[in-house]
Ligand binder design. Structure first.
Ligand code: ADP
Length: 501
């Protein structure tokens, strides 16, 4: 093949990144465009669908301008998940905002379904808790708030989609309305076992089937690009995949027993399972990816506050560059016995799912320093990851011998060392800043024959380093006992909202 490059798009919440990857898996060029987020009411989070596509189109131009002779053999897309867009089939014009994953506007709808006793059905079909995070309630909200929304949807005049399908639609000039199974598995409308839309769920959420994209394998030719400035017409769009799933793929975590954690604002842990495993311990069942007819399932645990706790502490202390300075301060901490920070700022996510919990610092003494609190804040990230890791290992019924890591906060060496210490397992850090994009590029390249097998991908050079556990068993046990007690106390604190209710 003469065109030995893949163009990969990583459409994230705050920016869109585009990279060009060569046949050795190296990133040859990269560009990034910011994407504004709006907060029109408390708890509501929106983006403009036109801006979102604009950021993709601009980043593509900027990336390709750096490599004028490279004609991509394929395009791969990874994307923020759960966010939804509705647009007109005929004109391609959006008929409302993107309702972003963080948006809670469908909370009342979810509460109503819960009161009607429908949560077990939803959980049993989708592997997900009934929560406004997922797309189903967001689609329903849009339909209820677009003039004639339901009528137009039933008539087939409208298209709904997760971000992958909106990007695909635009890349192909409106020729293809499809999404991949990993994105579909986060909508709460998919039967997660069979990887197809579930009639009963569509009915329950009031979403007409005519509105929805076709669910297809994550790797495979979805359609061909139209000419878009420097991007020629006819380049196959050969992969769509959710960003967290793409990071797992980029780690070459192709078999059960591999687990990754992405350390950003929050942290997502994901591990492959043999078939769909339904959690009793606060994890989600999801589709990692689908290759041809083969659906690969995973367990996922989402921790709500990890990297953002470091940012919070830096701001709390009035540091000029909050996250970086707080991390540097932590390096200067003397050991502190019994000091814990539980960053339950918005309740606790996996594995606890306790919306009423609130943050706390325990074990303060007259001698406690800001550096020690900074250190305890970083350690809280590792403890939370351990809590999810232990549930995952038990439920996946599979030993997880090491943890693969990526994301902004994983750059912190002390955090990675402490993570290895407290897990009692090695931590293998991937140093790529573009791991989701690389994962999507691999998937697309695999689909068009640039690479022939998962083994070939796994053999591509990866920039990694390794942290071995050094803490004694007894110290680990002592520290963990203190952490668990601190979490229990955080769960006794009731949020002011709950008190007022
Ligand atoms: P996201 O993709 O969620 O926006 P990133 O992967 O860019 O997040 O990571 C940014 C997060 O990492 C921020 O929450 C920030 O506070 C945290 N962070 C940045 N630098 C450090 C550091 N040196 N140590 C620990 N956390 C950090």
């Amino acid at each position: 093949m003469s065109d030995r490059f893949v163009l990969a798009i990583d459409q994230g919440t705050t920016n869109t990144k585009v990279v060009l990857v060569d046949a050795e898996g190296r990133v040859l060029a990269r560009a990034s465009r910011p994407l504004p987020v709006r907060f029109p009411h408390p708890g509501w989070v929106e983006q403009d669908a036109g801006d979102l596509w604009g950021s993709v189109a601009e980043a593509i131009q900027q990336c390709l301008a750096q490599a004028p002779h490279a004609r991509p053999a394929a395009i791969g897309v990874s994307n923020q998940r759960e966010t939804v867009v509705i647009w007109e089939r005929r004109s391609g014009r959006p008929v409302g905002p993107c309702v972003v994953w963080q948006c809670r506007r469908s909370a009342d709808l979810c509460e109503d379904l819960r009161r009607r006793g429908l949560e077990p059905v939803v959980r049993e079909r989708t592997g997900l808790a009934l929560d406004p995070l997922f797309s189903a309630g967001k689609i329903r909200w849009l339909l209820d708030n677009i003039p004639d929304g339901r009528k137009r949807a039933e008539a087939g005049d409208l298209c709904a989609g997760t971000v992958d399908s909106w990007v695909l639609w635009n890349l192909t000039g409106g020729a293809v309305h499809a999404c991949d199974a990993s994105n579909a598995s986060r909508t709460q409308l998919l039967n997660v076992r069979r990887a197809c839309w579930d009639s009963e769920l569509l009915e329950l959420f009031g979403v007409p089937r005519e509105l929805l994209p076709e669910v297809r394998p994550s790797g495979g030719v979805f359609g061909e690009s139209v000419k878009l400035g420097l991007l020629p017409a006819g380049v196959p769009v050969a992969a769509l995949i959710g960003d967290s799933h793409a990071a797992l793929f980029g780690h070459a975590a192709f078999r059960p027993g591999a687990v990754k954690a992405t350390y950003g604002t929050g942290t997502s842990l994901m591990t492959l399972t043999e078939g769909a495993v339904f959690s009793r311990g606060g994890l989600s069942t999801t589709i990692a990816w689908q290759l041809g007819p083969a659906v690969t399932h995973a367990l996922e645990g989402n921790i709500l506050v990890t990297g953002s706790a470091v940012q919070w502490l830096g701001e709390f202390l009035g540091l000029p560059d909050p996250a970086r300075d707080a991390a540097a301060l932590a390096e200067r901490a003397e050991p502190a016995e019994g000091l814990y920070v539980v960053p339950a700022f918005v309740g606790l996510g996996a594995p606890y799912w306790d919306a009423r919990a609130r943050g706390l610092i325990t074990g303060l003494t007259r001698g406690t320093t800001a550096a020690q609190v900074a250190r305890a804040t970083l350690e809280a990230i590792a403890y939370q990851v351990l809590d999810v890791f232990e549930v995952m290992e038990a439920e996946a019924a599979q030993p997880l011998p090491e943890l693969m890591t990526d994301g902004g906060a994983s750059r912190n060496d002390s955090l990675m060392q402490f993570q290895a210490d407290i897990l009692g397992r090695p931590v293998v850090r991937n140093l790529s800043a573009d791991l989701s994009a690389v994962g999507a590029a691999w998937l697309a390249g695999l689909a068009v024959g640039l690479w022939r097998s998962l083994d070939e991908l796994a053999a591509l050079p990866r920039q990694e380093d390794r942290f071995e556990p050094r803490m004694s068993q007894s110290e680990r046990a002592r520290r963990l006992a203190g952490w668990r007690e601190a979490v229990a106390r955080a769960r006794l604190q009731v949020s002011p909202d709950a008190v007022g209710a």
